[in-house]
Design a protein around this ligand. Structure first.
Ligand code: GN1
Ligand code: MG
Length: 365
């Protein structure tokens, strides 16, 4: 017998936590492709951020929550002045609420006077976001990364992403391959170059750090008055990784002249001024990077961009099961912007390397 799929009453979820007052408003914040986020306000005027965690993507919610508590504990013990959001336990003392319909929910107090930017409008803003991510990396420089659980296995293992991509191409589950042959070829031809960081990692040439791994600018909270970065959010993918991943993922999103899903590819370019601004902020805020890590930053931008393009295309081939989509071919449009950025990076490669070297030199004199 078929059982009906239950859906929870979302507005009732906040009452599972010790919130201050009665819920008077409940609005969805449309950011991010994976989890669902809501701004909840009570009659006392207290605001909270409530999140539904996508368990298709994050099957091990306990791992996420454990990683976050070990990081918070480390920052507290080491006396680092790095602000972090703290989740509120449920009324029965759990770190998240299981709604019995397959959903996991967690909540934190909205950070007063903070704003989240969907994109950087100026190099100064982008530089400030880099200071936020750089400060996070710096605060965790001595954190034993191996203590963190991998919340998504092989998340930035580019070689493994290639294997999954090839499997999706071979299966062509939705009959979409014909339409994307050009993009698929573009990605496959660049495998050696895309996987350079993986190989450096295997050879032990780069230190494994506790990294954020999802460094879009909308994962930084800024002070609404001063414009300064307050803290980084969306810590679900904090895992052992490379500093170049954090640098690179931020670049692929924030140094593009257009939105990640811009269908008009002529509008998509890599903005070198933005690239420089992010490099400057990141290096300033994270002076603990080794020379090898600094030398790997431009490659981080390349790897994260092609990897993300490949992930979008893999999902498109598999029927849009991972990233949420708002329109037909949404993942294909997203893939194409990333590949356009890759062409731009190839064209300006020497310049990218030069900018990183110049910004590093600027700090060491
Ligand atoms: C996802 O949901 P959001 O926007 O924070 C994805 C990132 C991608 C990004 C592309 C857990 O992040 O890896 O870079 O979309 N997060 C996960 O915009 O897969
Ligand atoms: Mg996010």
């Amino acid at each position: 017998m078929q059982t009906e799929k239950k859906t929870p009453d979302k507005r009732a979820i906040p009452c599972r936590f010790p919130i201050d007052g009665e819920v008077v408003s409940f609005e969805q914040i449309k950011e991010g492709h994976i989890n669902e986020t809501y701004l909840v306000t009570t009659d006392k005027g207290t605001k909270y951020i409530l999140q539904w965690i996508n368990r298709y993507v994050f099957p091990n919610v306990d791992a996420i929550m454990n990683n976050m508590s070990s990081i918070s504990a480390f920052l507290k013990d080491s006396g680092e002045r790095m602000a972090m959001i703290s989740y509120i336990d449920t009324l029965d003392g759990r770190s998240y609420y299981d709604d019995g319909c397959g959903g996991a929910w967690r909540i934190y107090r909205f950070v007063d006077n903070s704003v989240c930017l969907p994109r950087a409008e100026t190099p100064e803003q982008f530089c400030e976001s880099a200071r936020g991510f750089g400060a996070f990396q710096y605060a965790l420089r001595d954190f034993p990364a191996e203590c963190l659980e991998e919340t998504i296995e092989n998340f930035h293992n580019t070689a493994d992403r290639y294997d999954k991509f090839r499997a999706a191409v071979a299966e062509d589950a939705c009959g979409r391959l014909e339409e994307v042959r050009r993009e698929a070829r573009f990605i496959l031809e660049r495998e050696e170059r895309a996987c350079r960081l993986c190989r450096q990692l295997d050879r032990g040439e780069l230190p494994v750090r506790a990294t954020h791994n999802d460094t879009k600018i909308n994962n930084v909270l800024f002070d609404a008055d001063t414009g300064k970065a307050i803290c980084v959010i969306d810590l679900d993918t904090v895992m052992p990784g490379l500093s170049a991943y954090d640098f690179g993922d931020a670049i692929r999103f924030g140094a593009s002249t257009a939105a990640e899903d811009e269908p008009e590819l002529d509008r998509v370019r890599l903005d070198l001024e933005m690239f420089r601004a992010f490099t400057r902020g990141y290096l300033e805020a994270c002076p603990s990077l080794t020379a090898g890590e600094v030398a790997a930053l431009a490659q981080g931008a390349y790897t994260m961009t092609i990897e993300c393009g490949m992930r979008f295309l893999t999902d498109y081939l598999m029927g849009d099961r991972y990233f949420s989509v708002d329109r037909e071919k949404h993942n294909l449009d997203r893939c194409r912007t990333q590949l356009k950025l890759i062409s731009d990076m190839e064209e300006h490669w020497d310049e990218l390397e030069r900018i990183v070297a110049q910004e590093a030199a600027r700090l060491s004199v």
